[in-house]
Design a protein around this ligand. Structure first.
Ligand code: DX5
Ligand code: ZN
Length: 230
């Protein structure tokens, strides 16, 4: 099996919200900019919405990876693709019709992804792999940056990776929450290939240096992944 391409998606949740254009310029060496949209209902925090995403898409040096932590993504998610996000992730716990929502996101020109809170099992959603480009396994309770990484989510990452492998095709497995130089190796070994890092990147004086460091560490762990069974 060829090596997975490993991608870094710094979360601007930990950036200086008064200077977002400048903060995006700091992560030009990343693969994506992760944008956390929170509505104060699905999670107890409120960040930004469509008009801000539209503005960010105009100035970002890298494509936007929008993570919607909102109620009623059926109604709102496709608009984020129209606003210029290249990947739009909605939560399975919030969506009414995941298939229709994923299809609407793709029709609007973006990659579609599902996200799972730490308490949500993957198995009931496995058949959605036919409709999505990525699965996001949360490694903290969604809502805030800077929380501790939940190691107990690694079996879920393994289960998603195994299901993706069985099915074939190119579906990415993203981890989000507490990803740092200390934890990224475990995520790679479990089968993740897209790494969201908020405080680890924006908390560093040299964001580009930190992105390079995370990439290097991830790459080193990749070769320790055991070959797939069966
Ligand atoms: C949490 C967000 C994350 C957050 C991660 O609800 O979805 O994207 O920014 O921040 P860190 O990397 O600091 O845990
Ligand atoms: Zn996120």
């Amino acid at each position: 099996m060829p090596d997975r391409t490993l991608q870094i998606s710094p979360s601007i949740l930990s950036a200086d919200f008064a200077n977002l254009e400048r903060e995006l310029a700091r992560i030009g060496s990343a693969d994506w900019a992760h944008v956390d949209v929170m509505d104060n209902h699905f999670v107890p925090n409120l960040t930004l919405g469509l008009p801000v995403v539209e503005a960010l898409a105009r100035v970002s040096p890298v494509p936007l990876d929008c993570h919607l932590m909102i109620e009623d993504p059926d109604r709102w998610a496709p608009g984020y693709a129209e606003a210029g996000a290249r990947s739009v992730t909605f939560h399975v716990e919030a969506v009414a019709d995941a298939v229709a929502t994923a299809r609407a996101i793709r029709s609007a020109g973006a990659r579609a992804a599902i996200a799972l809170r730490p308490g949500t099992a993957f198995e009931p959603y496995e058949e959605l792999l036919d409709e999505v480009d990525m699965v996001l396994v949360m490694t903290v309770e969604p809502g805030f940056g800077g929380q501790s990484f939940m190691d107990d989510q690694m079996p879920k990452v393994r289960a998603v990776r195994e299901a993706v492998r069985r099915r074939g095709g190119e579906i990415w497995v993203q981890v989000d929450g507490g990803v740092s130089a200390d934890t990224i190796g475990r995520c790679v070994e479990a089968g993740a290939d897209v790494f969201v890092a908020g405080s680890a990147v924006y908390g560093a004086a040299d964001a580009a240096g930190q992105i390079a460091r995370l990439r290097g560490l991830a790459g080193r762990h990749q070769h320790r992944v055991p070959p797939p069974r069966g």
